[in-house]
Design a protein around this ligand. Structure first.
Ligand code: IPM
Ligand code: MG
Length: 368
């Protein structure tokens, strides 16, 4: 049988340097666990714009549709701030999400014990935290029409539209309920049903899907603003949170920071199953391109490495190997190894991006 295929899109800023560490991990699984991948690499974001005048070429888009999984680093940078909206680096990422129809964005916020003191919250509030935000990723205000900026009389008007169909809500709700069954069996759905009709429909459809298909899962509803408050007050009350595209964008950044470092958190964006049964999938760190530290060996490669662990789990049905990789990450953190984003404690051992990758490979070796 052919090896599973991976398309790697390192992107901009720290994307290429964190992805170089992921390549070490991928090579390790090929050499030591008989898990060989056919890896190809291409451009996305600002670097694609520089080379081709577009943040994502049709050829790269077509390749992304064919492979078993896409692994993306990060896109964007200040040199692209003044570009026309239609060719901004972020449009490359949004096109991938939309055309691959990756409607369920899984963003775990997990607090590594060794890092609990990095949180801005007290240790007991975050220690052991393990929540999963399921963000709807292909609809809502990010994509709704009409949109744009036009002139009315003597002033400009900016418009975006929040729009959700019943089926869009139902399918992401199912993803959340399925995940909950394999975790703490609890889902909290967040919207603004008190002010938005799309929120009223969201709440109704999530409740209907629950009552019809997942009555065994504990379901609650919260207004998204109250949800933000509860996330900082006592985050451990949550297991799975399901929410729309924009609220999910905000709440997942908030949840990420509870854990101490954005540099630690992976994500998976999943769509419908392909002919081979694997979901369409794109994996990426939650952090951005961090242009201010790019190229200095300061970036933390762990979020991107853990994104590959999610690929092992959700695309390749290798949960045991994903566990192995996650344990290797825990091991190096427990040893005190820290990239620049995590310095400050006593006894911390500063390491570069590359040294962190090497240490994780060594921990993988030790796991055999
Ligand atoms: C994210 C990012 C993106 C988003 C940007 C880069 C388009 O903030 O993945 O959370 O808003 O979805
Ligand atoms: Mg975001």
């Amino acid at each position: 049988m052919a090896n599973p295929s991976l398309l790697i899109l390192p992107g901009d800023g720290i994307g290429p340097e964190v992805m170089a560490e992921v390549r070490k991990i991928i090579d390790w699984f090929g050499a030591k666990r008989g898990l060989a991948f056919d890896v190809s690499e291409d451009l996305v974001g600002g670097c694609a714009y520089d080379a081709h005048g577009t943040p994502l070429t049709d050829a790269t888009m077509a390749k992304a549709q064919e492979v078993d999984a896409v692994l993306l680093g990060a896109v964007g940078g200040p040199q692209y701030d003044d570009l026309d909206f239609s060719v901004k680096p972020e449009r490359g990422l949004l096109r991938l999400r939309k055309e691959m129809d990756l409607y369920a964005n899984l963003r775990p916020a997990q607090c590594f014990d060794a890092l609990a003191d990095f949180s801005s919250l007290k240790r007991d509030v975050v220690a052991g935290l393990d929540i999963m935000i399921v963000r709807e990723l292909t609809s809502g205000v990010y994509f709704g029409e009409p949109r744009g900026i036009h002139t009315e009389g003597n002033e400009r008007v900016g418009i975006n539209t929040q729009r959700y169909t019943e089926s869009e809500i139902a399918r992401v709700a199912r993803s959340a309920f399925e995940l909950a069954r394999r975790r703490g069996n609890k889902v909290c759905s967040m919207e603004k049903a008190n002010v938005m009709e799309s929120g009223v429909l969201w709440r109704q459809v999530v409740q209907e899907v629950h009552d019809r298909e997942y009555p065994d899962v504990e379901l609650s509803h919260m207004y998204a603003d109250a949800g933000a408050m509860q996330l900082t007050r006592w985050p451990k009350q949550f297991d799975v949170i399901v929410t729309d595209n924009l609220f999910g964008d905000l709440l997942s950044d908030l949840a990420a920071m509870l854990t101490g470092s954005l540099g630690m958190l992976p994500s998976a964006s999943l769509g419908a199953p392909m002919a081979n049964g694997r979901p369409k999938a794109l994996y990426e760190p939650v952090h951005g391109s961090a242009p201010d530290i790019a190229g200095q060996g300061k970036a933390n490669p762990i979020a991107c490495i853990l994104s590959f662990a999610m690929a092992l789990r959700y695309s390749f049905d290798k949960g045991d190997e994903a566990d192995r990789l996650e344990r290797a990450v825990e091991t190096v953190l427990a040893q005190g190894l820290r990239t620049a984003d995590l310095l400050g404690e006593e006894g911390a051992q500063p390491v570069s991006t590359g040294q962190m990758g090497d240490a994780i490979v060594a921990a993988l070796d030790a796991s055999l």
